[in-house]
Design a protein around this ligand. Structure first.
Ligand SMILES: Nc1ncnc2c1ncn2[C@@H]1O[C@H](COP(=O)(O)OP(=O)(O)O)[C@@H](O)[C@H]1O
Ligand SMILES: [Mg+2]
Ligand SMILES: [Zn+2]
Length: 461
């Protein structure tokens, strides 16, 4: 039995925290300059370090060498409040989810009267503080406003707006944030090295993505992957890409390569075969489309930054970057962005769709068709489609005057605007909002999209 990674790696000092410098730096400054307040509110998403920071702050305040911004780690208080310690008598952690009533608040009030047993301060950490009832907060109000000199409060919550305003205004509020991918990636890389775990290329970026910016979630996922991994020839645990991608439910990069290559080459047979594999392997079509969008975004980055792409797309292996550079060139920036728009629209459409598979296949058809239109290649459906748009645009009745921006005088009859007068939304027939082509959604000739539609940005003169 091993303890969870996120417990073994719980930071014990502010310097060990990642991605929360907006909180840790001012707190450390306050500690150094002896300007610590009497009540704090730590808010932010789950698993980002609120409880951890509350414990660190308590450790800093009660360290025998303190108050200090870096606990000594050796005194009784530091040891007791450290990772392996059993907790200190003078630091009371209260789970407000189960102690949220007036009685609990009164109980707390009574405990606050007594001086600390050994250390400098009596520190109350109220975790999940949003669970405290209105009456509970009211019973605490006086104490939080003017506590005895030896008492400190730290409230931690994911929902600061639920903490009574009168309590909030008596605290210093520090918002925690999700940790950005770059910092997280670096952190898990170091952690794997410390643990002596080998990880195949491409795994850690997936873990970071799946963790969604929460260090705890990220470490939990990594823990799970490590637990399910075999040892390699050198007796190191090796986290394998295939397993990671399957467990985390992402699309294998080879499959993405296949689809993107097929799109680039306008290879309909290849594209549909790849999509069929998505469905046959039981993968969620929506997840696949999400991954496809992410890949297109990466390709746009590669196209825009060239050799500098690795600085933006951290953790992507070199061979993958080379492949993406080839794909980006084959696509061209304009088509990449148009394709991404189609994918965004499809993703939108897939929410709650009865047949996501059908939506996915329609998307493939649309991507191939639109590519044909823009390149002058002519897949079967393309000319009809384009003609239909143009006809519909031209036939439209003029729009009401108030819809025409001032820049477009009356001569610019909408739909067949005179060249040179390009007012937003009413330019040449092709430049009009052309309708996204989704059944029962935007129609050719609509002035505004009928849903969060990507097609409008696509249309240009
Ligand atoms: N900013 C961070 N830096 C490093 N590790 C973190 C950070 N935030 C969270 N963790 C990890 O996640 C675990 C849970 O963090 P915790 O402070 O309990 O989160 P919460 O914000 O939900 O109270 C910690 O034990 C630690 O391993
Ligand atoms: Mg917590
Ligand atoms: Zn100490």
């Amino acid at each position: 039995m091993t303890t969870a990674l996120y417990r073994r790696y719980r930071p014990q000092a502010f310097g060990e925290m990642i991605g929360q410098s907006q909180v840790t730096e001012p707190l450390m400054t306050a500690l150094r300059s002896d300007r610590v307040g009497h009540a704090y509110l730590f808010s932010g998403p789950r698993g980002c370090g609120k409880t951890t920071s509350a414990r660190i702050l308590a450790r800093c305040l009660n360290c025998a060498q303190g108050p200090t911004d870096t606990p000594c780690g050796e005194c009784d208080s530091c040891v007791e409040l450290g990772r392996g310690g059993g907790g200190s008598l003078d630091v009371v952690e209260i789970d407000a989810a189960s102690h949220n009533g007036v009685d609990d608040a009164r109980d707390l009030r009574e405990r606050a009267i007594f001086a600390p047993a050994r250390d400098r301060f009596k520190i109350f950490i109220l975790d999940e503080a949003h669970m405290v009832t209105q009456q509970g907060f009211n019973a605490l109000l006086k104490l939080v406003e003017e506590p005895p000199a030896h008492v400190k409060f730290i409230f931690a919550t994911t929902e600061p707006e639920k903490v009574l305003g009168t309590i909030r205004s008596r605290t210093h509020h520090y918002p925690f944030r999700l940790v950005p991918p770059a910092a997280m990636l670096e952190y898990v890389q170091e952690l794997c090295e410390t643990e002596g775990v080998a990880v195949e290329a491409g795994v850690l970026p997936l873990v970071v993505r799946a963790g969604g910016g929460s260090p705890r979630d990220t470490l939990s996922l990594l823990d799970q992957l490590i637990a399910g991994s075999d040892r390699d020839a050198d007796d190191h645990v090796l986290v394998n890409y295939e397993r990671a991608v399957a467990l985390l439910g992402y699309t294998h990069s080879e499959l993405l390569d296949e689809v993107v290559d097929a799109f680039a080459a306008l290879d309909g047979a290849g594209a549909f075969a790849a999509v069929d594999r998505v469905v046959q392997t039981g993968q969620d079509p929506r997840r696949f489309v999400d991954d496809l969008l992410e890949r297109l975004r990466d390709l746009i980055v590669v196209a825009a930054t060239g050799a500098g792409a690795s600085a933006v797309l951290r953790g992507v292996p070199d061979d993958e970057l080379e492949r993406m550079a080839r794909q980006a060139t084959a696509f061209g920036v304009a088509r990449l962005s148009r394709t991404a728009d189609l994918v965004v629209a499809a993703l939108d459409e897939m929410t709650g769709a009865t047949s996501p598979r059908l939506q996915l296949e329609l998307l493939v058809a649309r991507v191939l068709t639109h590519a044909g239109v823009s390149q002058g290649v002519a897949p079967a459906a393309a000319p009809a489609h384009a003609a239909e748009h143009a006809a519909a645009s031209a036939a439209r009745t003029p729009a009401p005057a108030q819809a025409a921006p001032a820049a477009a005088p009356a001569v610019a009859s909408p739909g067949v605007a005179s060249p040179g007068i390009a007012s937003p939304g009413i330019a040449s027939p092709r430049g009009r909002f052309g309708g996204c082509g989704l059944p029962s959604r935007c129609r050719a000739g609509d002035r505004e999209p009928r849903h969060r539609c990507a097609r409008r940005r696509v249309a240009g003169p």
